[in-house]
Design a protein around this ligand. Structure first.
Ligand SMILES: Cc1cc2nc3c(=O)[nH]c(=O)nc-3n(C[C@H](O)[C@H](O)[C@H](O)COP(=O)(O)OP(=O)(O)OC[C@H]3O[C@@H](n4cnc5c(N)ncnc54)[C@H](O)[C@@H]3O)c2cc1C
Length: 280
């Protein structure tokens, strides 16, 4: 029989986390779906959705820390996030439906490690670190290293995600986000692109680009960023960037779209972001 534990304190979580077949349950919007389909069958469910020490958002020394069990809806509405990390709010507004956003959490979205995980795009762009805790230690892992492959993260046995720490950018970036899916509502992305750009008179002073659903994990497009930094946005540059983007990604064919189509889409989205930035 399956055992269910409502976790009140982090110490209780640490006491149970290494039990055979134990699994953390938060909003359940990924885990319960997988349990129903029989993909996984945890023997011990550790429910952290009400663990107060794992909930909430606070500002600390030029950074915003979001604890793992904070819901997507809470993050979207947070004044500090809206002011300092507007792209995080923008992107999370596109995650699932209102009901999903009210249950889904940041920790769950990261640990589920889907190539389409929406939160990963702004977290990659803002250079976030994942705060990971076990009975022995706490460590901070850049989100770029935390997400490894579909369903695979850098979490070791006995570790859980305590939260995410995001540096508040010191320069003003214009945020951009485009997500392409097969339906208007409840889109799991066929491809998505987020950007933070500092552009003046069409000159790209700084640029960060991150893409979802076009590689085994959400990725930063570092090489393309390096090639674009310092350049003037011209029709020719947009064409070059579009071409470069299609080869910078390694998508797969799946039920939602072909790899070829995903390459085309990401090229188109890079072109769109550059055109939008030139208008600002
Ligand atoms: C209809 C529907 C639409 C969706 N749309 C989107 C979408 O548009 N974009 C998107 O990105 N996702 C989408 N999702 C997926 C899902 O809602 C998100 O990934 C969500 O953020 C998961 O959070 P959760 O709290 O529900 O995780 P859970 O289901 O509770 O857990 C997910 C995984 O993370 C582990 N886990 C949870 N918290 C921790 C922690 N603190 N430490 C260690 N492990 C932990 C669990 O053990 C489990 O393996 C959708 C899901 C559904 C059902």
């Amino acid at each position: 029989m399956r055992h269910y534990v409502k976790i009140k304190e982090v110490s209780e979580l640490l006491a149970h986390i290494e039990e055979p077949g134990a699994r953390i349950l938060c909003g359940g919007t990924d885990l319960v779906v997988k349990m129903r389909s029989g993909t996984i069958d945890p023997q011990v469910l550790l429910d952290i959705s009400d663990t107060q020490a794992l909930r909430g958002i606070r500002k600390v020394d030029g950074r915003i820390e979001i604890r793992a069990a904070t819901t997507v809806s809470e993050i979207i509405a947070d004044p500090a996030v809206l002011e300092k990390l507007p792209l995080l709010s923008t992107v999370l507004r596109t995650l699932g439906s209102t009901q999903i956003r009210n249950r889904a959490t940041l920790g769950g979205n990261l640990v589920n490690a889907s190539p389409a995980a929406d939160s990963a795009i702004p977290l990659l762009l803002y250079g976030a670190e994942v705060i990971v805790t076990s009975a022995e230690r706490e460590r901070r892992i850049p989100v770029e290293e935390f997400l490894m492959a579909p369903g695979k993260t850098a979490l070791a046995n006995g570790e859980f995600v305590q939260g995410v720490s995001i540096p508040i950018p010191s320069v003003k970036f214009s945020p951009f986000f485009h997500k392409v899916g097969r339906r208007k509502a409840m889109i799991i992305a066929i491809a998505s692109l987020g950007a933070l750009m500092n552009v003046e008179d069409d000159k790209i002073h700084d640029i960060r680009l991150a893409a979802g659903s076009v590689a085994p994990r959400p990725i930063r497009l570092h090489k393309l960023e390096d090639d674009l930094r310092g350049q003037e946005i011209t029709p020719q540059l947009i064409e070059q960037a579009k071409e470069a983007a299609t080869t910078a990604v390694s998508p797969i064919d799946d039920v939602r779209a072909s790899a070829e189509y995903r390459r085309e889409v990401i090229g188109e989205l890079v072109a769109r972001v550059l055109r939008d930035a030139a208008k600002h």
